[in-house]
Design a protein around this ligand. Structure first.
Ligand code: P61
Length: 462
């Protein structure tokens, strides 16, 4: 029998431990962001009131996860927690083999080094910063094959994470299937605004890839959240469980990289998984070079235990209903207040369209970076730029990529903030919107070589 359902969503937990928040004055925040070179990644968390920088590693763990931490078997080899996690990944994701890694990019490094040869092309449903960098470091070139709707913040298309099979086919015809080692398929595409792919699209992709002998490697980081959207939006899935949908997705793919710091509700961890015995053998060998022995991969035993429990909790309907319900609540408040946000509202964050918010700031004066700094100054809310700074420079021309999407991400950690916090966020964003005409752009004064957005420094243009 189905458990009784509440009329609206509510947190499916009660709060046992709290962490007190600090509030600062406007003068203190102005000084802090100036010192941080107008880069929210360089601010200190002690100066932050509501931290919407990321949903990565910022989830609140449950009492059962914390209890699992006490069961950590901190053995160098053959930890019990490894075997437990292996069983859970096999049951929920279904892949035959896995190696743990310290986080998502550790898994990306292994996969890129194993599968990519110099000169290869790797199609993907939009780039992700670390994913693309690892592909490039392995000698590959990323090629965007996401549907056009994904690049339009106003399009209400329900599956903006879909792969455009024609774009993929054009690439395969041009370079040959033997130069395409795999397609990188991300669930709930982060850079597009947390947008899902549909099962219909994945099935079509699977058919295409089978006939061209191209593996599909999933970025499973937020695929449980993608499964929720399939259940909600796609014909025939309303009565399927999130767990079943996740398995169906994984069964149509050949392996995955995973940052467990998102869907899986842990503060650290990741893994690489696959079905191919030979690829697994190589990953098991390479992981000892970069991460640690293949039964811990850079994690403590307790981290693996917390991850196993986190996967179980993340695949429940109650968790996803509240998770996505909270993000949607914030998005609707902002939209009702006239704030330009990316449609449809995604699962992990609200993305504000900085081009529409600050139409007077040229993209090479980094409107989203400037806006993220203003949100911090206004009320100590820490957000993240996802636009021209994040996109970096085109390796051929050396110019800024000036991506179509110039966004500020208000990312919601899982099980951390309340609805009242969402209301405060809305009020703060609206206050900045009222004074948007007075906001100026930024000049980049320090640019690191890799993933520049993490450490770049800026000055305000007067
Ligand atoms: C985030 F500004 N995401 O969203 P790792 N794939 C996907 C991710 O979202 C992801 C990773 C792989 C972060 C952290 C972060 O440009 C940035 O466990 C879809 O972080 O290594 C991470 O997983 C990498 C923030 C990463 C960034 C890169 O906030």
């Amino acid at each position: 029998m189905e458990a009784e359902v509440k009329r609206t969503w509510a947190e499916p937990y009660k709060i046992k431990v709290v962490e007190l928040l600090t509030m600062t004055t406007r003068e203190e925040r102005e000084a802090a962001i100036r010192e941080a070179g107008y880069n929210t990644f360089l601010t200190r968390s002690k100066d932050v009131y509501i931290d919407l920088l990321t949903d990565s590693g910022t989830s609140a763990m449950s009492d059962k996860q914390w209890a699992g931490m006490m069961l950590g078997d901190e053995a160098y080899a053959g930890s019990e927690n490894f075997y437990h996690l292996e069983a859970v990944i096999n049951e929920y994701y279904g892949y035959k083999h896995f190696v743990p890694t310290h986080q998502g990019r550790g898994a990306e490094n292994l996969m890129s080094q194993i599968l990519i040869k110099p000169g290869d092309h790797i199609p993907g449903n939009m780039y992700f910063t670390t994913t693309r960098l690892h592909q490039e470091l392995a000698g590959g070139t990323f090629v965007d094959v996401i549907v056009d709707e994904a690049h339009d913040p106003d399009s209400a298309y329900p599956f903006k994470g879909n792969v455009d099979i024609d774009k993929l086919d054009r690439l395969v015809q041009k370079v040959g299937a033997d130069r395409v080692p795999y397609i990188s398929l991300e669930g709930n595409v982060n850079m597009a605004g947390g947008q899902p792919f549909s099962m219909a699209n994945l099935k079509e992709l699977h058919g295409y890839c089978c006939s061209h002998d191209i593996p599909i490697m999933l970025d499973a980081t937020r695929t449980i959240e993608n499964a929720w959207f399939i259940r909600e939006r796609e014909d025939g899935y309303a009565h399927r469980s999130v767990r079943e949908i996740l398995r169906e997705i994984c069964d149509l793919t050949d392996g995955c990289t995973m940052s467990a710091k998102k869907d899986a509700l842990v503060n650290i961890g990741g893994f690489f998984a696959c079905n191919d015995d030979e690829v697994f053998r190589k990953a098991q060998n390479l992981v000892v070079v970069y991460e640690g022995l293949h039964t811990y991969g850079g994690l403590a035993g307790r981290d693996m235990e917390a991850m196993a429990q986190g996967i179980r909790e993340a695949t429940t309907e109650e968790h996803q209903a509240a998770r996505i319900g909270q993000v949607r609540y914030l998005g609707e408040q902002l939209r009702n207040a006239g704030i330009p946000i990316v449609s449809p509202i995604g699962s992990h964050a609200i993305f504000i369209d900085a081009k529409q918010f600050l139409p007077h700031v040229d993209q090479d004066e980094y409107p989203a970076q400037a806006l993220a700094a203003e949100f911090f100054i206004e009320s100590g809310i820490r957000t993240m730029e996802r636009g021209n700074v994040s996109a970096g420079r085109d390796p051929e021309t050396g110019e800024n990529r000036r991506p179509p999407l110039e966004l500020v991400r208000l990312t919601i950690p899982r099980r951390v903030y309340t609805q009242a916090h969402m209301d405060v966020i809305t009020e703060s964003v609206v206050d900045v919107y009222k004074r948007r005409d007075q906001i100026h752009g930024l000049k980049m004064v320090y640019e690191p070589e890799y993933l520049r957005f993490f450490q770049a420094r800026f000055e305000q243009i007067p």
